[in-house]
Write a protein that binds this ligand. Structure first.
Ligand code: PHE
Length: 446
């Protein structure tokens, strides 16, 4: 590996156009986070008051961080390992490659649990087709997840993702995102219309949109909105640096960041418009995460007229959202292997698939282990990845330099105050998320 521009830059694949890149970034961003966490967080922490905070956070931190990661990748024409190494080398600091490896590992820890959930989702598409009929869904889920029966679905999810990423940026990632992302929005709208026209749906709508401004004084509201924004926008310090490294100089980074944030937020709001009205129409309180997706909602689809149809559409939606995120998670390991180990894409992809299976299998058959891994990763590992990358981009590489890269090829250049948002706001907020997540993981903040 050279300390200057990586040798692989000539052969590097590029996105075929502006739209392809926006769809890929939005595809990475829109995922389980939008569907299983956003609606619940919004409903729990103040309804439209939460939404307001969330939008402010996206505008002040999300956009800056997105632009920073895209530009850092593009400037260095390489992913996190090569880019951090170059930034360190320029400042004559040692250890850049090791520091750059940390966000890669953090993202890998997410990939491991994410792929298990993708497997469950695929299994549920089949269950939904049969209308979830005649089952106690809590019993059914608890005997499926963490059992040997979940393993084939985990394998299918990994093999499918491997096959897509194996084909490369132009032949694998692009066609999948080009098809699945628009399809996902069509399904979101269809399901939102269905949910909003259920008798009693207005209650849910009223509940979720009634602003409870007292929640603004609750630190947990801010913590949840910030954690949601970082995860939902895929800002873990690896994926979007890599996606940015496949961008040509003429690409408009501020515009791409704005569209990514817009689509991601739109998908989250539409998911809330599905989850809350549906739950209220059936008189249940919507919850979050795994129980919401695999127990609560399926049991509501089972009671709904044409529930097999809407249930199948819903799980297709979740499948599409999670596959476009899964390919970006795989790419987050493949590119670093190609860069640091000089492997070709095929070898790197097969290794990523194999690792994801080997590390994932013990978790796939052990539900308590799975949830510990997921909780620990979300609370502590993920913010470490984000923090490292924010610090390297805005302090080590330098905010003025990264802004110069952001401003190349754009019609809306960022002014110097942008540096302040990156250097101080984004970095300090990420530190707080790490502290808050750690306290919460160890039960010191409830
Ligand atoms: N943003 C994705 C979601 O909301 C998760 C993800 C995080 C994907 C980091 C890639 C990288 O589900």
């Amino acid at each position: 590996m050279s300390d200057k521009t990586p040798a692989t830059s000539e052969k590097r694949e590029m996105w075929s156009g502006k739209l392809a890149f926006i769809l890929a970034s939005a595809g990475s961003a829109i995922g389980l986070g939008n569907i299983w966490m956003f609606p619940w967080r919004m409903g729990t922490y103040g309804g439209s008051a939460f939404l307001l905070i969330y939008l402010v956070i996206i505008a002040l931190i999300g956009l800056v961080a997105l632009m920073g990661e895209f530009a850092f990748g593009r400037a260095n024409k390489t992913g996190p390992i090569g880019a951090v190494k170059a930034a360190f080398a320029q400042r004559k600091l040692p250890g850049g490659a090791v520091v750059g490896l940390l966000p890669v590992l953090a993202t890998g820890a997410v990939t491991v649990f994410y792929m298990i959930v993708v497997g469950w989702v695929l299994y549920y598409v089949g269950l939904a087709l049969r209308g979830f009929a005649g089952q106690d869904l809590a019993v059914a889920f608890n005997s499926f997840a963490g059992s040997a029966g979940a393993v084939p679905w985990h394998v299918i999810a990994v093999v499918m993702t491997t096959a897509i990423v194996y084909a490369g940026v132009k032949k694998g990632l692009e066609p999948v995102n080009n098809i699945l992302l628009p399809a996902l929005f069509v399904i979101l709208v269809v399901l939102a219309v269905r949910a909003l026209t259920l008798p009693g749906a207005q209650e849910g709508l009223r509940f979720i949109f009634t602003p409870d401004f007292s929640q603004l004084a609750n630190p947990l509201t801010w913590f949840n909105a910030l954690a949601q924004a970082l995860f939902s926008l895929s800002l873990l310090g690896c994926t979007l640096v890599i996606y940015g490294s496949y961008l040509p100089k003429k690409a408009d980074i501020p515009q791409a960041a704005a569209y990514t944030a817009l689509f991601d937020t739109l998908a989250a709001i539409l998911a809330a418009l599905i989850v809350f009205p549906t739950a209220f129409a059936f008189g249940v309180a919507p919850n979050a995460g795994i129980p919401l997706l695999f127990i609560t909602l399926p049991s509501l689809f089972a009671q709904m007229p044409a529930g097999a149809l809407f249930g199948t559409l819903f799980f297709l939606l979740v499948a599409f959202a999670s596959i476009t995120s899964a390919v970006s998670l795989f790419e987050s390991a493949v590119e670093p292997m190609m860069d640091a180990l000089k492997w070709d894409r095929k070898k790197a992809t097969l290794a990523t698939g194999a690792l994801s299976l080997i590390i994932g299998l013990p978790l796939a058959v052990n539900q308590p282990l799975f949830s510990t891994w997921m909780r620990f990763t979300s609370a502590i590992i993920m913010p470490i990845g984000t923090l490292i990358m924010m610090f390297v981009i805005f302090w080590v590489y330098g905010s003025a330099r990264v802004r110069q890269e952001v401003n190349e090829g754009t019609a809306t250049p960022m002014a110097p105050w942008w540096d302040f948002l990156g250097k101080y706001v984004a970095v300090i907020v990420t530190m707080l998320i790490l502290v808050g997540g750690t306290l919460r993981y160890f039960g010191l903040w409830q």
